[in-house]
Design a protein around this ligand. Structure first.
Ligand code: GLV
Length: 325
């Protein structure tokens, strides 16, 4: 029997390729740069499966071009690039990769937090410039992290992993979320619930871990920057459009807040020029980018595809109602 055809818009990692090759005939996009949209639309035409990155929009256009498609497997936990309702309407299963990247992403949010508080990027530039004149008492003085208040916006798996790491820094942890965590979780993580306004007013570091939803788009706007402490920092490893970048730039210019550290941007890969300032640390959307974790994510997406082709429900299905069987 012919194996089902799959398009992978990335060469993936070897362990994921091995999973796919047993059960599918896979066409890989092998080039290092992202494929042009028209290439994806052309290549997906005869495919039953798609393994894609968050840079690929799985929308009506793509679904229209792929009449045989049965599954779109995103290699990411966030799936705002997928029109799940459009997939469901056409009986296409959509999957994501939750759970495997929580600790790696939280590690990186901490990396950003520490870097911006302690001015690591400025220090690195000075140390390698050849212009460093030696130790000085007030050189690149930053802000203490330990003992401060960490405010977590979005208390899902990644937000909680962020909270877990705060105890080593003797921090107070406060969080906000549409759904309050159980008393057990709050106790285990020593995290106190606040509403958004209270969190904005109290936190020294605000770390964002919400998915991009209509209700979180532009959540960090001018009004909310106004409510933050002037000494506070914003850390974002979730999705760029959760922050109104023009409002953030204005808040930084007017010194409404002390700084920001960003892994994600409103219009990736474009970085707002107003964000290129010393008190902003910038990273190119790499919070989950450890070799171990990215390999796990690719394998998870591959497993989702082959599970569906074996007639079972993929573990990470986003729309069980779309399953044709
Ligand atoms: C990365 O941003 C992801 O959603 O996995």
């Amino acid at each position: 029997m012919a194996k089902p055809k799959v398009l992978a818009t990335h060469r993936l990692f070897e362990p994921a390729r091995r999973i796919l090759q047993k059960h599918c005939e896979v066409e890989y996009w092998e080039k290092p740069e992202r494929p042009p949209r028209e290439e994806v639309l052309r290549r997906v035409k005869d495919k039953e499966g798609l393994v894609c990155l968050l840079t690929e929009k799985v929308n009506d256009d793509l679904l229209e071009a792929a009449p045989k498609l049965r599954i779109a497997a995103n290699v990411a936990v966030g799936f705002d690039n997928i029109d799940v309702a459009a997939c469901t309407k056409r009986g296409v299963v959509a999957t994501n990769t939750p759970g495997v990247l929580d600790d790696t992403t939280a590690d990186f949010a901490w990396t950003l937090l520490m870097a911006v508080a302690r001015r690591l990027v400025e220090g690195d530039a000075l140390a390698r410039s050849g212009n460093w004149k030696g130790w000085d008492l007030d050189q690149l003085v930053g802000t203490d992290v330990w003992g401060k208040t960490l405010g977590i916006v979005g208390f899902g798996r990644i937000g909680r992993a962020m909270a877990r790491r705060a105890s080593g820094f003797q921090m107070k942890v406060i969080y906000t979320d549409a759904v309050r965590a159980s008393a057990e979780v709050e106790k285990e993580l020593r995290a106190e619930y606040r509403d958004m306004n209270a969190l904005l007013a109290e936190a020294d570091f605000i770390s964002v871990h919400t998915p991009l939803l209509p209700e979180t788009r532009g959540l960090f706007n001018a009004a909310n920057f106004e409510k933050m402490k002037r000494t506070a920092f914003l850390i974002n490893t979730s999705r760029g459009p959760v922050v109104d970048e023009a409002a953030l730039v204005a808040a930084l210019e007017k010194r409404k807040i002390s700084g920001a550290a960003l892994d994600v941007f409103e219009k990736e890969p474009i970085v707002h020029p107003g964000l290129r300032r010393p008190n902003v640390v910038l990273a190119p959307h790499i919070a989950s980018a450890s070799l171990e974790t990215r390999t796990k994510m690719a394998c998870m997406a591959a497993e989702n595809v082959i599970t569906l082709f074996e007639g079972r429900q993929p573990a990470n299905i986003l729309n069980p109602e779309a399953r044709k069987g």
